[in-house]
Design a protein around this ligand. Structure first.
Ligand SMILES: NC(=O)C1=CN([C@@H]2O[C@H](COP(=O)(O)OP(=O)(O)OC[C@H]3O[C@@H](n4cnc5c(N)ncnc54)[C@H](OP(=O)(O)O)[C@@H]3O)[C@@H](O)[C@H]2O)C=CC1
Ligand SMILES: O=C(O)[C@@H]1CCC=N1
Length: 291
């Protein structure tokens, strides 16, 4: 672990102990970037889940109901990772008011805007909105990040340092976050769906499940590596596989007949719209509550 890293001695409190919190924690521990004792995790009610994370990663935990310990953790946190479901964000942030110093509020919640979080927290909170994906767990996330108006340069550096340990980081305007969510936040699931479909097809045509899995996984891994390591774009790499009138051309023709590119555009657009919708729902609930 780097003693001179900006993360040295920083305390990270994860509010939420689900899939995304675990992917981030696992990544940070595996990157050897923080000592497990720097991370504390809390959730609402599932103490068994907290015990599991403590056992797996050595992180500290504090139960939702353990008020004194929780208040201490909140006050001492340098970074509060908001990793609960979008519809729980406003209520969760409300419970922090008056109990925190001036930590970086690093939210990964889909759709929930920086102004909404700032308004719930009040004052001049340092809110960072990120959209990573579960590949944080293997340090291969494609993360995008947008900064709130009250973030200091140090807060920006600290959050970027944390996220860049977990994969690539692209700084974007907040208005692009819904699209980002549709592309790379949900993206791994489209990819897994494609893997499922290819394995299923391979098996239905007579390959054993084991052979199907090996061939499909290595094909995907090899293709991704070719994209990364040759610097060539996808179109050119596809051209190299496609012999005139050969097998690939026959396969691609089936994708074109099904309007595959339009389908992918629709897929990303639906996910982005859902992100926007979730944010708008939460914003209007908040307005209703204030009336
Ligand atoms: N999964 C993914 O691939 C990605 C998810 N995200 C975002 O990450 C966030 C979390 O998603 P995910 O991990 O899948 O969700 P999960 O349902 O797996 O986890 C949600 C967690 O939030 C906890 N929680 C809810 N309310 C509170 C509260 N008031 N205080 C403390 N903890 C609370 C829950 O605790 P309990 O179980 O006790 O109720 C649970 O541990 C979402 O906002 C999502 O949009 C972003 C990118 C990718
Ligand atoms: O499905 C979801 O809502 C979350 C956000 C991005 C990926 N998973």
């Amino acid at each position: 672990m780097e003693g001179n890293s900006i993360l040295h001695g920083k305390r990270i409190l994860s509010v939420g102990a689900g899939s995304m919190a675990e992917a981030i924690i696992r990544g940070l521990i595996h990157a050897n970037a923080v000592d497990p004792s720097q991370i504390c995790v809390t959730n609402r009610s599932h103490s068994d889940r907290l015990q599991q994370l403590n056992k797996l990663y050595g992180v500290r935990t504090v139960e939702g109901a353990d008020t004194h310990a929780k208040v201490r953790e909140l006050a001492a946190a340098d970074v509060i990772l908001v990793a609960c479901k979008p519809y729980d964000v406003a209520n969760t942030l409300e419970t922090l008011v008056g109990k925190i110093g001036n930590p970086v509020i690093l939210s990964v919640a889909a759709g929930i805007s920086i102004p909404l979080m700032e308004s719930v927290l009040g004052g001049r909170p340092q809110v960072v909105r990120a959209m990573p994906n579960t590949a944080c767990a293997v340090l291969q996330s494609a993360t995008a990040v947008a900064f709130g108006q009250y973030c200091t340069e140090e807060a920006k550096r600290l959050s970027q340092e944390i996220l860049s340990l977990l994969g690539t980081v692209s700084v974007v305007e907040e208005s692009k976050m819904d699209v980002v969510t549709g592309v790379s936040g949900s993206g791994p699931a489209y990819f897994y769906y494609m893997v499922e479909a290819m394995q299923q097809a391979a098996e239905s045509m007579g390959l054993s499940p084991e052979t199907a899995r090996t061939l499909v996984l290595q094909t995907m891994t090899g293709a991704a590596k070719m994209l990364q390591e040759t610097g060539l774009d996808a179109r050119e790499l596809r051209r190299q596989v496609t012999s005139p009138n050969g097998t690939t051309m026959a396969g691609i023709r089936a994708l074109e007949e099904a309007d595959f590119k339009e389908l992918i555009e629709r897929t990303i657009s639906r996910a982005a719209e859902r992100s926007k919708e979730m944010g708008e729902q939460q914003a209007s609930l908040l307005v209703d509550r204030k009336l």
